[in-house]
Design a protein. Structure first.
Length: 83
């Protein structure tokens, strides 16, 4: 298992992604484990999840929830002068 700091992760994400081939990558923030980066296959294996990632976020009945997007007013918004 690979352990990297959050600073290392921010500076070289591709290296962290490559390291997931060997297992989960633990990301340390301020000296403490904060995040885990892993492949989707590894995630499905440990959660015993079948199907797609979209299925994982499906909430039955969510399409029936009424939601009105609030309108934004232009209070305090000024055009930008690029001259």
């Amino acid at each position: 298992m690979t352990v990297i700091s959050s600073r290392e992760f921010n500076q070289n994400r591709s290296s962290a992604v490559r390291a997931t081939k060997d297992g989960p990558v633990i990301i340390i923030n301020r000296g403490r484990p904060a995040y885990v980066l892993m492949t989707v296959d590894e995630y499905r294996k440990i959660t015993k999840q079948e199907g797609s990632i979209g299925d994982a976020f499906y909430v039955p009945g969510a399409d029936e929830i009424e939601f009105e997007i609030p309108k934004l007013d232009d209070t305090g918004i000024k055009p930008v002068d690029f001259s």
